[in-house]
Design a protein around this ligand. Structure first.
Ligand SMILES: Cc1cc2nc3c(=O)[nH]c(=O)nc-3n(C[C@H](O)[C@H](O)[C@H](O)COP(=O)(O)OP(=O)(O)OC[C@H]3O[C@@H](n4cnc5c(N)ncnc54)[C@H](O)[C@@H]3O)c2cc1C
Ligand SMILES: *[C@@H]1O[C@H](CO)[C@@H](O)[C@H](O)[C@H]1NC(C)=O
Ligand SMILES: *[C@@H]1O[C@H](CO)[C@@H](O)[C@H](O)[C@H]1NC(C)=O
Ligand SMILES: *[C@@H]1O[C@H](CO)[C@@H](O)[C@H](O)[C@H]1NC(C)=O
Ligand SMILES: *[C@@H]1O[C@H](CO)[C@@H](O)[C@H](O)[C@H]1NC(C)=O
Ligand SMILES: *[C@@H]1O[C@H](CO)[C@@H](O)[C@H](O)[C@H]1NC(C)=O
Ligand SMILES: *[C@@H]1O[C@H](CO)[C@@H](O)[C@H](O)[C@H]1NC(C)=O
Ligand SMILES: *[C@@H]1O[C@H](CO)[C@@H](O)[C@H](O)[C@H]1NC(C)=O
Ligand SMILES: *[C@@H]1O[C@H](CO)[C@@H](O)[C@H](O)[C@H]1NC(C)=O
Ligand SMILES: *[C@@H]1O[C@H](CO)[C@@H](O)[C@H](O)[C@H]1NC(C)=O
Length: 557
């Protein structure tokens, strides 16, 4: 890739007063005039410059993996991670403010969120949760895990907090060029804008931030006609859900059988006057939920919500749309402030283009294509290593998967010949899509979902790492990337959920957790718990039904 030039200018927002802040570390001057944005043009001496966007699980994984490359490989590289929020952790970092719809909150996190998977399965390989972390921890533990990972691996000096990537456009052609990246830095009231270029852009912006809101006929009319003497009718997406207590005295309809919908009915069900759960035909009711299961919504009228079977619900006060999220990367789809730079990702919800006909990278809001292995953009506009994604797969244990993806990216940055040619990657993608079709899935609807669940998710990760071994980039130990104990823990996560509930009910958590620190010890605990619970259930002929989940699945709608 070419040496790049670097444009660094900061300006003070027009709205702001007070002292200018200290210039960003890249150097650059503070101006109050955006037409002066390109006033300076500094050259960096870095041999390769890489921008990562997002400090959630995925962004931290790629940052750590790049820094783990041998010193001689990454000599002279500059790596910057931009995170718009005040700390690392991504969606596990709580929003300090209550949601105020329609303004999107910083995270969908709600106070009573616990993981739905045992934490040893959620870890970056080799990096455990702190000793004594409950097996199904509350969200605070997961947040702490991410902070610990960043701090203990010395990642923080590479991370710019409170820095939002506003736009990124590609200036160049299919073989050479650079990303022109505009970054907005907010610190209290002072805001500065930095514009500079990078050779590589790695997107780790998460995919639980832009709600998918289905359109039903008649909602406006229904909302406008709250019966007298009751709470004002409302329809909100689950991204705004925080406290079940809000629904006391209300009759609630939860739409969608993904993880958010199941959690919402479990929390709201016992408190609300009445709770309905609207599910697609293929979705299982949630065990132990105090709800009335109903089919999909057809439309709304002034008085009622009409279901597809013709029934009407006349008593609903609040609708929670747990209808999932859209795959969007707004900063990649926004016109660049540099007129010579082109948009890197086109939003096109109704497109009929496919991976062979798409002239650019496209998101149809469910699927970003064409991407090789859900990672590298095959857009003709720029080279395949110019733009990569970490964390797109759904229905997968994300941290281990993020690392498997990150290994491939790091080695491809070090040596682009790690990757097959663009034509080979495209052929691969076409073949993969056609295999999905043979299994009855539309790849442009299934998107980044691991449709076959754990088996597919594990094969995906194993294949990424096996590829690097075959290429000689990683030593071949003859083993699969996903360790046997992780496979078992995922397969038995329901059983483990029942085991853990029994242990917590008996107040025996500490007894089991004492002395469990290393990854091997956590793995051993998992196997012991599986045996212990299975013996118990066999002995008493129990078939527990506690819902604890499969990997987080937002595709319930
Ligand atoms: C409610 C909920 C519960 C979940 N529970 C579980 C669970 O129990 N177990 C499990 O395995 N998975 C769970 N998940 C799945 C979740 O996706 C993963 O756990 C994972 O943490 C996602 O990490 P990420 O880094 O991909 O994305 P995120 O955590 O969303 O991080 C993305 C980061 O990018 C930053 N960012 C975005 N745009 C910009 C920009 N333009 N400039 C700068 N920064 C930007 C964001 O601020 C954010 O910090 C859950 C998801 C949800 C929504
Ligand atoms: C800031 O703006 C004022 C007018 O709005 C102008 O007089 C001044 O020269 C500007 N300063 C810089 C550094 O551009
Ligand atoms: C902004 O700066 C440009 C040149 O750098 C100057 O021509 C223009 O008048 C300035 N505008 C304002 C509002 O200060
Ligand atoms: C660039 O040069 C400066 C000064 O010579 C040096 O301190 C810095 O480490 C160099 N940066 C890289 C990435 O090589
Ligand atoms: C980020 O901004 C918050 C205010 O929103 C501030 O409290 C915090 O100190 C800032 N952090 C950094 C590292 O600048
Ligand atoms: C982090 O930095 C400290 C101090 O330089 C060093 O002792 C430690 O080994 C580093 N940790 C890792 C994981 O690189
Ligand atoms: C891309 O641009 C570079 C430099 O401007 C040029 O040398 C090269 O031929 C171009 N490649 C293509 C495929 O247009
Ligand atoms: C719920 O209704 C009861 C009885 O009408 C009332 O006493 C109570 O204050 C209501 N609670 C809320 C949170 O509205
Ligand atoms: C279930 O909901 C009803 C109201 O619909 C309520 O009366 C009952 O107490 C709830 N039961 C449990 C076990 O939460
Ligand atoms: C893409 O669309 C074109 C035109 O509709 C069609 O001919 C082609 O077979 C499609 N390719 C794939 C891989 O779906």
């Amino acid at each position: 890739m070419v040496r790049f030039s670097q444009y660094v200018v900061s300006i003070l927002s027009l709205f702001l007063w007070g002292e200018p802040e200290v210039p960003p570390a890249e150097g650059g001057c503070l101006l109050n005039n955006s037409s002066a944005l390109t006033a300076t043009n500094q050259r960096s001496n870095a041999s390769k410059s890489i921008a990562i966007v997002g400090a959630g699980s995925a962004g931290l994984a790629i940052l750590k993996t790049i820094l783990d490359l041998p010193q001689e490989t990454r000599h002279g590289w500059e790596v910057v991670l931009y995170e718009q929020r005040r700390n690392v952790g991504g969606l596990w970092l709580p929003d300090p403010n209550e949601p105020q719809p329609p303004k999107l909150p910083e995270t969908p996190l709600y106070p009573r969120l616990r993981t739905n998977t045992p934490h040893p399965t959620m870890t970056y390989p080799g990096y455990t949760f702190r000793p004594h972390t409950p097996l199904f921890p509350t969200h605070e533990y997961v947040e702490q895990y991410h902070v610990d990972f960043a701090v203990n691996n010395n990642l923080t000096s590479y991370i710019r907090l409170n820095h939002t990537v506003h736009s990124a456009g590609w200036k160049g052609n299919s073989t050479v060029g650079e990303w022109v990246v505009e970054v907005h830095h907010t610190n209290g009231e002072v805001k500065s804008i930095t514009k500079r270029s990078f050779d590589h852009l790695i997107v780790a912006n998460g995919h639980n931030h832009y709600p998918r809101i289905p359109k039903f006929q008649g909602t406006d009319e229904w909302l406008a006609h709250t019966p007298t003497g009751t709470r004002k009718r409302e329809i909100e997406h689950s991204i705004f859900y925080r406290y079940p207590e809000r629904y006391v005295n209300m009759t609630v309809l939860v739409v969608g059988g993904g993880a958010s919908g199941r959690d919402a009915v479990l929390q709201v069900g016992p408190i609300a006057v009445k709770t309905y759960h609207s599910l697609k035909e293929d979705k299982e009711p949630t065990p132990d939920a105090n709800v009335t299961v109903v089919p999909r919504i057809s439309h709304f009228t002034r008085t009622s919500i009409v279901l597809v079977d013709g029934r009407s619900l006349d008593d609903v006060d609040a609708v929670i749309l747990a209808t999932g999220y859209e795959f969007l990367v707004p900063f990649l789809s926004r016109p660049s402030s540099d007129q010579d730079a082109s948009v890197g990702l086109v939003e096109s919800p109704k497109t009929t283009l496919n991976c062979t006909t798409a002239p650019t990278l496209i998101t149809n809001l469910r699927y970003i294509f064409p991407l090789w292995e859900h990672i590298f953009s095959l857009s003709q506009q720029y080279p395949p290593t110019a733009l990569s994604f970490v964390g797109l797969p759904v229905l997968i244990a994300n941290c281990p998967s993020d690392i498997a993806q990150a290994l491939l990216i790091a080695h491809a940055l070090a040596d682009p010949s790690t990757l097959p040619s663009r034509a080979e990657m495209l052929a691969d993608l076409v073949a993969q899509e056609s295999r999905l079709r043979e299994r009855g899935y539309d790849p442009y609807y299934a998107g980044h979902k691991m449709v076959g669940g754990d088996d597919d998710a594990q094969a995906y990760q194993n294949n990424l790492v096996r590829y690097l071994k075959q290429k000689g980039r990683l030593p071949d130990d003859g083993k699969d990337y996903v360790e046997p104990w992780r496979r078992i823990a995922r397969k038995e996560s329901f059983l483990l959920g029942r085991a853990w509930r029994r242990i917590e009910d008996n107040g025996e958590a500490d007894k089991w957790l004492d002395g469990v620190e290393t990854e091997d010890q956590w793995a051993d605990l998992i196997l012991r718990l599986v045996n212990w619970q299975r013996k118990h259930e066999d002995k008493y002929g129990l078939h527990g039904s506690v819902y604890v989940g499969q990997p987080w699945d937002e595709s319930g709608f």
